[in-house]
Design a protein around this ligand. Structure first.
Ligand code: GUN
Length: 284
Protein backbone atom coordinates (compact mmCIF):
# COMPACT_ATOMS: atom_id res chain seq x y z
CA UNK A 1 0.00 0.00 0.00
CA UNK A 2 1.43 3.36 -1.03
CA UNK A 3 1.30 6.29 1.31
CA UNK A 4 -1.45 8.80 0.78
CA UNK A 5 -0.16 12.37 0.54
CA UNK A 6 -2.32 14.57 2.76
CA UNK A 7 -2.69 17.82 0.82
CA UNK A 8 -4.87 19.34 3.53
CA UNK A 9 -2.18 18.84 6.17
CA UNK A 10 0.64 20.20 3.98
CA UNK A 11 -1.57 23.15 3.00
CA UNK A 12 -2.47 23.88 6.64
CA UNK A 13 1.24 23.95 7.52
CA UNK A 14 2.03 26.41 4.70
CA UNK A 15 -0.91 28.63 5.67
CA UNK A 16 0.16 28.63 9.31
CA UNK A 17 3.65 29.84 8.30
CA UNK A 18 2.03 32.59 6.24
CA UNK A 19 -0.30 33.53 9.10
CA UNK A 20 2.62 33.96 11.49
CA UNK A 21 4.53 36.10 9.02
CA UNK A 22 1.44 38.20 8.28
CA UNK A 23 0.93 38.75 12.00
CA UNK A 24 4.49 40.05 12.34
CA UNK A 25 4.01 42.37 9.36
CA UNK A 26 0.85 43.75 10.93
CA UNK A 27 2.83 44.64 14.04
CA UNK A 28 5.01 46.75 11.72
CA UNK A 29 1.90 48.37 10.26
CA UNK A 30 1.97 46.39 7.01
CA UNK A 31 -1.26 44.80 5.78
CA UNK A 32 -1.56 42.41 2.86
CA UNK A 33 -4.52 42.52 0.48
CA UNK A 34 -5.85 40.26 -2.27
CA UNK A 35 -8.50 41.34 -4.78
CA UNK A 36 -10.56 38.53 -6.31
CA UNK A 37 -12.68 39.28 -9.35
CA UNK A 38 -15.43 36.95 -10.52
CA UNK A 39 -17.61 37.57 -13.56
CA UNK A 40 -20.93 35.77 -13.98
CA UNK A 41 -22.42 32.98 -11.92
CA UNK A 42 -20.48 29.82 -12.74
CA UNK A 43 -21.08 27.61 -9.71
CA UNK A 44 -17.62 26.00 -9.52
CA UNK A 45 -15.96 29.43 -9.80
CA UNK A 46 -18.11 30.74 -6.96
CA UNK A 47 -16.98 27.87 -4.74
CA UNK A 48 -13.31 28.47 -5.63
CA UNK A 49 -13.64 32.20 -4.93
CA UNK A 50 -15.31 31.55 -1.58
CA UNK A 51 -12.44 29.22 -0.64
CA UNK A 52 -9.91 31.89 -1.59
CA UNK A 53 -11.70 34.43 0.62
CA UNK A 54 -11.75 31.94 3.50
CA UNK A 55 -8.02 31.31 3.08
CA UNK A 56 -7.37 35.08 3.22
CA UNK A 57 -9.25 35.20 6.49
CA UNK A 58 -7.24 32.25 7.86
CA UNK A 59 -3.87 33.84 7.13
CA UNK A 60 -4.91 37.38 8.07
CA UNK A 61 -5.01 39.07 4.64
CA UNK A 62 -7.59 41.66 3.65
CA UNK A 63 -9.70 40.32 0.81
CA UNK A 64 -11.60 42.46 -1.65
CA UNK A 65 -14.19 40.63 -3.70
CA UNK A 66 -15.64 42.04 -6.91
CA UNK A 67 -18.57 40.00 -8.24
CA UNK A 68 -19.55 41.35 -11.65
CA UNK A 69 -22.62 40.37 -13.65
CA UNK A 70 -22.31 38.00 -16.62
CA UNK A 71 -22.87 40.76 -19.19
CA UNK A 72 -19.96 42.89 -17.94
CA UNK A 73 -18.15 44.42 -20.93
CA UNK A 74 -14.43 44.19 -21.59
CA UNK A 75 -14.16 47.92 -21.00
CA UNK A 76 -15.83 47.67 -17.59
CA UNK A 77 -13.62 44.78 -16.52
CA UNK A 78 -10.48 46.54 -17.74
CA UNK A 79 -11.52 49.66 -15.82
CA UNK A 80 -11.74 47.59 -12.65
CA UNK A 81 -8.36 45.93 -13.30
CA UNK A 82 -6.82 49.37 -13.83
CA UNK A 83 -8.32 50.62 -10.58
CA UNK A 84 -6.94 47.58 -8.71
CA UNK A 85 -3.52 47.99 -10.35
CA UNK A 86 -3.39 51.47 -8.78
CA UNK A 87 -4.93 50.58 -5.41
CA UNK A 88 -2.24 50.51 -2.70
CA UNK A 89 -4.35 48.28 -0.45
CA UNK A 90 -4.24 45.59 -3.13
CA UNK A 91 -1.05 43.51 -3.38
CA UNK A 92 -2.45 40.70 -5.50
CA UNK A 93 -5.12 40.59 -8.20
CA UNK A 94 -6.83 37.39 -9.27
CA UNK A 95 -9.42 37.28 -12.03
CA UNK A 96 -11.20 33.95 -11.72
CA UNK A 97 -11.24 31.90 -14.92
CA UNK A 98 -13.04 30.89 -17.05
CA UNK A 99 -14.53 34.25 -17.99
CA UNK A 100 -17.83 34.41 -19.90
CA UNK A 101 -17.31 33.70 -23.62
CA UNK A 102 -17.54 37.31 -24.80
CA UNK A 103 -14.50 38.25 -22.69
CA UNK A 104 -10.97 37.40 -23.77
CA UNK A 105 -8.87 35.98 -20.90
CA UNK A 106 -5.67 37.07 -22.59
CA UNK A 107 -6.64 40.72 -22.89
CA UNK A 108 -7.64 40.86 -19.24
CA UNK A 109 -4.57 39.01 -17.92
CA UNK A 110 -2.23 41.15 -20.03
CA UNK A 111 -3.60 44.21 -18.27
CA UNK A 112 -2.90 43.02 -14.74
CA UNK A 113 0.27 44.56 -13.35
CA UNK A 114 2.84 41.73 -13.42
CA UNK A 115 3.92 42.48 -9.84
CA UNK A 116 0.30 41.95 -8.70
CA UNK A 117 -0.30 38.90 -10.90
CA UNK A 118 -0.42 36.30 -8.12
CA UNK A 119 -1.69 33.61 -10.52
CA UNK A 120 1.55 34.04 -12.55
CA UNK A 121 -0.48 34.04 -15.78
CA UNK A 122 0.85 37.33 -17.25
CA UNK A 123 3.34 36.73 -20.11
CA UNK A 124 6.06 38.53 -18.11
CA UNK A 125 5.68 36.04 -15.27
CA UNK A 126 5.33 33.09 -17.66
CA UNK A 127 8.60 34.18 -19.31
CA UNK A 128 10.30 34.46 -15.93
CA UNK A 129 9.24 30.92 -15.06
CA UNK A 130 10.85 29.73 -18.29
CA UNK A 131 14.23 31.18 -17.32
CA UNK A 132 13.97 30.16 -13.68
CA UNK A 133 13.82 33.76 -12.42
CA UNK A 134 10.48 33.67 -10.73
CA UNK A 135 8.83 36.19 -8.51
CA UNK A 136 5.65 34.12 -8.42
CA UNK A 137 5.30 30.41 -8.97
CA UNK A 138 2.09 29.35 -10.71
CA UNK A 139 -0.14 28.11 -7.89
CA UNK A 140 -1.10 24.57 -8.91
CA UNK A 141 2.34 23.47 -10.18
CA UNK A 142 3.96 25.06 -7.11
CA UNK A 143 1.54 23.12 -4.91
CA UNK A 144 2.49 19.91 -6.70
CA UNK A 145 6.18 20.62 -6.03
CA UNK A 146 5.46 21.07 -2.31
CA UNK A 147 3.61 17.76 -2.23
CA UNK A 148 6.48 15.94 -3.97
CA UNK A 149 8.94 17.50 -1.53
CA UNK A 150 6.74 16.44 1.41
CA UNK A 151 7.41 12.80 0.43
CA UNK A 152 11.16 13.32 0.81
CA UNK A 153 11.69 12.42 -2.87
CA UNK A 154 14.76 13.96 -4.48
CA UNK A 155 13.67 15.05 -7.97
CA UNK A 156 17.20 15.37 -9.39
CA UNK A 157 17.81 12.85 -12.16
CA UNK A 158 14.37 11.26 -11.85
CA UNK A 159 12.12 10.43 -14.81
CA UNK A 160 9.23 12.89 -14.49
CA UNK A 161 6.23 12.55 -16.77
CA UNK A 162 3.59 15.27 -16.96
CA UNK A 163 0.36 14.25 -18.68
CA UNK A 164 -1.30 17.42 -20.01
CA UNK A 165 0.15 20.54 -21.65
CA UNK A 166 -2.07 23.39 -20.48
CA UNK A 167 -0.62 26.83 -19.91
CA UNK A 168 -1.92 26.80 -16.34
CA UNK A 169 -0.59 23.40 -15.23
CA UNK A 170 1.22 21.10 -17.69
CA UNK A 171 3.74 23.50 -19.21
CA UNK A 172 4.76 25.36 -16.03
CA UNK A 173 4.77 22.04 -14.12
CA UNK A 174 7.32 20.66 -16.55
CA UNK A 175 9.48 23.78 -16.08
CA UNK A 176 9.44 23.53 -12.28
CA UNK A 177 10.42 19.84 -12.44
CA UNK A 178 13.16 20.71 -14.91
CA UNK A 179 14.50 23.48 -12.66
CA UNK A 180 14.70 20.81 -9.96
CA UNK A 181 16.85 18.71 -12.30
CA UNK A 182 14.20 16.17 -13.24
CA UNK A 183 14.33 14.48 -16.66
CA UNK A 184 11.00 15.68 -17.96
CA UNK A 185 8.58 14.39 -20.60
CA UNK A 186 5.33 16.18 -21.43
CA UNK A 187 2.55 13.97 -22.82
CA UNK A 188 -0.67 15.06 -24.49
CA UNK A 189 -3.57 13.76 -26.56
CA UNK A 190 -1.34 13.03 -29.58
CA UNK A 191 1.33 11.15 -27.63
CA UNK A 192 1.96 7.68 -28.99
CA UNK A 193 2.35 4.82 -26.50
CA UNK A 194 1.14 6.96 -23.60
CA UNK A 195 0.96 3.97 -21.29
CA UNK A 196 4.55 3.04 -22.03
CA UNK A 197 5.83 6.60 -21.48
CA UNK A 198 3.90 6.98 -18.21
CA UNK A 199 5.16 3.67 -16.90
CA UNK A 200 8.76 4.97 -17.13
CA UNK A 201 7.97 7.72 -14.63
CA UNK A 202 9.45 7.85 -11.16
CA UNK A 203 7.22 10.91 -10.70
CA UNK A 204 3.95 11.08 -12.63
CA UNK A 205 1.81 14.23 -12.67
CA UNK A 206 -1.61 13.82 -14.26
CA UNK A 207 -3.35 17.00 -15.43
CA UNK A 208 -5.59 16.04 -18.32
CA UNK A 209 -9.14 16.36 -17.05
CA UNK A 210 -10.21 12.82 -17.93
CA UNK A 211 -11.77 10.87 -15.05
CA UNK A 212 -9.73 7.90 -13.79
CA UNK A 213 -7.75 7.69 -17.02
CA UNK A 214 -4.51 6.64 -15.33
CA UNK A 215 -4.89 3.05 -14.20
CA UNK A 216 -2.31 0.76 -12.54
CA UNK A 217 -0.92 -0.37 -15.91
CA UNK A 218 0.22 3.24 -16.58
CA UNK A 219 2.41 3.47 -13.51
CA UNK A 220 5.73 2.04 -12.44
CA UNK A 221 5.97 0.11 -9.17
CA UNK A 222 6.94 2.62 -6.47
CA UNK A 223 6.20 5.77 -8.50
CA UNK A 224 5.13 9.04 -6.88
CA UNK A 225 1.73 9.80 -8.41
CA UNK A 226 0.26 13.30 -8.26
CA UNK A 227 -3.28 13.85 -9.49
CA UNK A 228 -4.23 17.38 -10.54
CA UNK A 229 -7.58 16.27 -12.03
CA UNK A 230 -10.90 17.52 -10.70
CA UNK A 231 -13.34 15.37 -12.62
CA UNK A 232 -16.68 13.64 -12.10
CA UNK A 233 -17.01 9.87 -12.40
CA UNK A 234 -19.95 8.02 -14.03
CA UNK A 235 -22.01 8.59 -10.85
CA UNK A 236 -21.27 12.31 -10.73
CA UNK A 237 -18.86 11.86 -7.82
CA UNK A 238 -15.72 14.02 -7.64
CA UNK A 239 -12.64 12.10 -8.77
CA UNK A 240 -9.25 12.70 -10.36
CA UNK A 241 -7.44 11.74 -13.55
CA UNK A 242 -5.94 8.80 -11.66
CA UNK A 243 -7.90 5.70 -10.75
CA UNK A 244 -6.93 5.94 -7.08
CA UNK A 245 -8.20 2.53 -5.97
CA UNK A 246 -6.43 0.80 -8.84
CA UNK A 247 -3.11 2.65 -8.37
CA UNK A 248 -2.76 3.06 -4.61
CA UNK A 249 -0.99 -0.27 -4.00
CA UNK A 250 1.48 0.17 -6.83
CA UNK A 251 2.51 3.78 -6.10
CA UNK A 252 4.90 4.62 -3.26
CA UNK A 253 3.04 7.90 -2.68
CA UNK A 254 -0.23 9.06 -4.19
CA UNK A 255 -2.51 12.08 -3.81
CA UNK A 256 -6.25 11.63 -3.26
CA UNK A 257 -8.98 13.70 -4.95
CA UNK A 258 -10.31 15.61 -3.12
CA UNK A 259 -7.75 16.47 -0.44
CA UNK A 260 -4.56 16.31 -2.51
CA UNK A 261 -3.50 19.06 -4.91
CA UNK A 262 -6.66 21.20 -4.51
CA UNK A 263 -5.89 22.60 -1.03
CA UNK A 264 -2.30 23.30 -2.09
CA UNK A 265 -3.29 25.61 -4.94
CA UNK A 266 -4.90 28.04 -2.53
CA UNK A 267 -2.00 27.86 -0.07
CA UNK A 268 0.38 28.79 -2.91
CA UNK A 269 -1.90 31.69 -3.89
CA UNK A 270 -1.57 32.96 -0.32
CA UNK A 271 2.21 32.59 -0.53
CA UNK A 272 2.34 34.56 -3.80
CA UNK A 273 0.17 37.28 -2.31
CA UNK A 274 2.50 37.56 0.69
CA UNK A 275 5.50 37.72 -1.67
CA UNK A 276 3.79 40.50 -3.66
CA UNK A 277 2.86 42.40 -0.50
CA UNK A 278 6.39 42.28 0.88
CA UNK A 279 7.81 43.46 -2.44
CA UNK A 280 5.34 46.37 -2.52
CA UNK A 281 6.42 47.40 0.96
CA UNK A 282 10.12 46.99 0.19
CA UNK A 283 10.49 44.08 2.64
CA UNK A 284 12.99 41.29 1.85
N1 GUN B 1 -9.82 28.78 -12.50
C1 GUN B 1 -9.42 27.52 -12.18
N2 GUN B 1 -8.21 27.55 -11.60
C2 GUN B 1 -7.83 28.85 -11.55
C3 GUN B 1 -6.68 29.51 -11.05
O1 GUN B 1 -5.73 28.91 -10.54
N3 GUN B 1 -6.69 30.86 -11.17
C4 GUN B 1 -7.70 31.54 -11.74
N4 GUN B 1 -7.60 32.88 -11.84
N5 GUN B 1 -8.78 30.96 -12.22
C5 GUN B 1 -8.85 29.61 -12.11
Amino acid sequence: MGQIIDGKAVSAKVKEEIRLETEKLKEQGVEIGLAVVIVGDDHASQVYVRNKEKACETVGFNSFKYALHAETTEEELLDLVKKLNEDDRVDGILVQLPLPKHLDDKVIINNIRPDKDVDAFHPVNVGKIMIGDYSFLPCTPAGVMELIKSTGTDIAGKECVVVGRSNIVGKPQAMLLLHNNGTVTICHSKTKNLKEVCSRADILVAAVGRPKMITADYIKEGAVVIDVGMDRDENGKLCGDVDFEDCKDKASFITPVPGGVGPMTIAMLMRNTLTAGKAHHGIE
